[in-house]
Design a protein around this ligand. Sequence first.
Ligand SMILES: [Zn+2]
Length: 99
Amino acid sequence: MLLIECPWCGPRAETEFSCGGEADIARPLDTEKLTDEEWGDYLFMRRNPRGVHREQWLHAQGCRRWFKAQRDTVSYEIQGYETFERPLLTMDGNEGKTA
Ligand SMILES: [Zn+2]
């Protein structure tokens, strides 16, 4: 089982969380001008990388707050967490974005 560290509640079992998919998907500003293909890409097309991936998670059975996690999809290792108010906090305690 994956152990996920909620930025507010601390480490909890994966079963308490709901994955919201890929993080940092920007909603198009002028949706009226999008083609059907562009709108479909925004709604459905997501990266599926082998390696480092940024995801949104909801602590559904806890504080019900959203946060982002940077996770390696091969090893399942979570490298850091980020709230929408503060940048990535890596697991070794260093703030700031990592590659
Ligand atoms: Zn929480």
